[in-house]
Design a protein around this ligand. Structure first.
Ligand SMILES: C[S@@+](CC[C@H](N)C(=O)[O-])C[C@H]1O[C@@H](n2cnc3c(N)ncnc32)[C@H](O)[C@@H]1O
Length: 233
């Protein structure tokens, strides 16, 4: 049977042999398979979002909004050690959060203590221009709040939207030409550009998730924070 990267089945110790190498990805795969708490797709999704984001956005405090288990925040640190810390903002902290964080800290001690969880909703968290804001599957209009908060702070941002909703999201005038979800994401990209951002529209493999549009933006006037410096100003 094929090994689907989009499966919601948990990664388990039976999968350890699927990650045989010394690459960072294989080591991460073995680490997560060893704790048996995450659906397989979470590994591939977080990895694909983080590596595309890190090509454009280095350093900074990572803020993983609607981050749940926080894997994306951890992978962002693993891919760029110049970020001082990461903050996972989510009112719900799932049972998988502690095992994920502890297992990654055990495998990469340099990450230990650098990922914090904040259970306030995004609206109560202050973002700064030196942050790198990421959000994977912030449902519906929550993605708009993430984009608005990042743009308000002048911070780079990467979102992988889902659950676009005609009632709460804005498809502009585009609904007659394209499906509603694509119209909503198109309006989001253009709106971010109009806020003074350079925007990239990408996709992650649809075998991982059909909600695979990645919207990345970096302010036109942007100097990445100095390595090791605090993201919060
Ligand atoms: C579909 S889950 C995505 C979780 C994770 N990023 C992932 O991809 O597995 C959406 C998350 O948004 C969180 N959420 C809902 N309202 C929020 C808010 N106002 N601020 C931050 N997170 C919120 C929920 O608790 C939930 O964990």
């Amino acid at each position: 049977m094929s090994f689907s990267h989009g499966a919601k089945d948990r990664l388990t110790r039976h999968d350890l042999g699927r990650f045989p190498g010394d690459s960072l990805f294989d080591r991460l795969g073995r680490t997560l398979a060893g704790i048996e708490v995450l659906p397989r797709k979470e590994l591939y999704e977080a990895w694909e979002v983080a590596r595309r984001t890190r090509r454009r956005c280095r350093g900074g405090r990572v803020v993983d909004v609607a981050g749940g288990h926080g894997l994306l925040a951890h992978v962002m640190l693993l891919l760029d050690d110049s970020s001082p810390e990461a903050l996972v903002v989510d009112p719900t902290r799932p049972p998988s959060a502690d095992p994920v964080s502890q297992a990654i800290a055990a495998a990469w001690p340099r990450v230990a203590g650098r990922v914090r969880y904040d259970t306030r909703p995004l609206a109560e968290v202050t973002l700064a221009a030196g942050d790198v804001v990421v959000s994977s599957h912030a449902c519906g209009a929550l993605t708009d709040l993430v984009l608005e908060a990042a743009a308000g702070a002048g911070a780079p941002v990467a979102v992988l939207p889902c659950c676009q909703d005609a009632e709460t999201c804005d498809a502009g005038p585009l609904g007659g030409w394209m499906d509603m979800a694509l119209a909503v994401d198109t309006i989001r990209a253009l709106r971010l550009e109009a806020r003074g951002y350079r925007v990239w529209t990408q996709t992650i493999p649809d075998a991982i998730t059909p909600k695979n549009r990645l919207l990345l933006g970096v302010p036109n006037v942007y100097s990445p924070p100095r390595a090791g410096g605090s993201g919060a100003e």
